[in-house]
Design a protein around this ligand. Structure first.
Ligand SMILES: C[S@@+](CC[C@H](N)C(=O)[O-])C[C@H]1O[C@@H](n2cnc3c(N)ncnc32)[C@H](O)[C@@H]1O
Length: 374
């Protein structure tokens, strides 16, 4: 049974953020910057189709900053940290199917009210006999206190929320605890190119809009490791521009991106590189699976993967979608070896921006370049 209230004590930051998302903002266009709506490229077809079935009252209060929907979802139990009005929960509800389940947790009642009001509408729309979504009032720093069981979720997602928390380590620790072994934390958030000044952190609007609390991306790598996750895998990144002059003046030279990372809860050790073949059986990714900024697996192609990725694939739900070959053994074909790509989201965002500019002018380029290992 899930508790609806916790004994968690609000900090001033929590109260300000609740006020911002509960009262100040009423719709996406009320945001003061483009941070929460920064585009991340075209959405996959299955997500676009699912999005079309989400009620406009829900999508009108979307404040996410990226795509927080991973692949291989059928039958999964998913938790959305800071679900807001529930847009991503209702997309995922369709993708996990009636046998799966999605729990949204948020501290702001006004946001949850919108999400809960439309449960019946969506279940009818999706043709489900009973709801596969639940919305829980609670704090992302206190998930177990909110009644969420340890080791109970296959996947955790989050869309532009971790930056709003005053205690990121607690959030990552709680996420780690409620994930099953082999589970994945797939989340989109805002990151900075350094640690912000006190003036920036103390500005309520800048914190509410995500700039004040955005982690320096190198701090995420460090925190994730401290908590027990394997090194974060960068999936996507997108430049955030600040058009508001007053905000720009306070932010000075700080730069921001929205970025999506995958964090896996898989056993520690010294994983070995290996060769893998993606079998193409993940719905929506039949031809290729974009796993991270370095690896896009084409179906039936032999690919050399680094030890960290090998560990993530073999110990997670993705194992069912791959054939693995230990190093030394050879598949018939040589393995494709992706070019090394820096894990800096600012570099990736700049590269992707260049690419889309090149595509817009009829050019062609790709970060997913690969060379044969021969
Ligand atoms: C930027 S909005 C994103 C909402 C939703 N993910 C979306 O994409 O529309 C941030 C949400 O996180 C919630 N939130 C922020 N800090 C939180 C915390 N510490 N615990 C629980 N919810 C929190 C807010 O109430 C708000 O609904």
């Amino acid at each position: 049974m899930m508790a609806d209230k916790t004994s968690f004590v609000d900090t001033t930051v929590h109260l300000d953020v609740k006020d911002y998302y509960g009262k100040t903002l009423q719709k996406t266009s009320d945001l003061q910057s483009n941070a929460c709506v920064a585009p991340v490229g075209p959405l996959p077809k299955c997500i676009l189709q699912a999005l079309k079935k989400v009620h406009p009252d829900v999508t009108d209060r979307y404040y996410g900053c990226g795509l927080a929907v991973p692949e291989c979802l059928e039958g999964c139990r998913i938790l959305d940290l800071g679900c807001g009005s529930g847009r991503d929960c209702y997309i995922l509800s369709q993708l996990v199917g009636e046998a799966g389940h999605v729990t949204g947790v948020d501290m702001t009642e006004d946001q949850l009210e919108v999400a809960r009001k439309h449960v019946d509408f969506h279940m009818k729309e999706f043709g489900y006999k009973k709801p596969n979504v639940t919305f829980v009032q609670g704090y992302i720093e206190a998930l177990t206190e909110a009644g969420l069981e340890k080791n109970s979720f296959d996947i955790i997602i989050s869309n532009c929320v971790v930056n709003l928390s005053p205690d990121k380590k607690k959030v990552l620790t709680e996420a780690y605890n409620v994930l099953k072994d082999g589970g994945e934390f797939f989340f989109s958030d805002m990151y900075s190119n350094g640690r912000q000044t006190e003036e920036i952190k103390n500005n309520k609007v800048l914190w509410g809009e995500g700039f004040g609390g955005a982690l320096w991306y190198k701090d995420l790598l460090q925190l994730a490791e401290e908590v027990g996750f394997r090194p974060p895998r960068l999936v996507k990144a997108n430049v955030i521009t600040v058009d508001n002059k007053e905000m720009q003046a306070i932010l000075g030279d700080f730069k921001f991106v929205s970025a999506t990372y995958r964090l896996f809860k898989v056993p520690k050790g010294s994983p070995k590189p290996c060769k893998v073949i993606y079998n193409g059986n993940i719905a929506g990714s039949e031809d290729s699976l974009h796993f991270d900024c370095q690896y896009t697996f084409k179906a039936d192609q032999v690919v050399e993967v680094d030890g960290e990725l090998a560990a993530n694939l073999t110990h997670s739900r993705y194992a069912q979608a791959f054939t693995f070959q230990p190093p030394g053994d050879s598949f018939e074909s040589c393995g494709v070896k992706p070019k090394a790509i820096s894990g800096d989201p600012f570099e990736l965002a700049a590269q992707l921006q260049k690419q889309s500019a090149a595509l817009a002018t009829g050019g062609c380029c790709s970060t997913q370049s690969a060379t044969c290992c021969k």
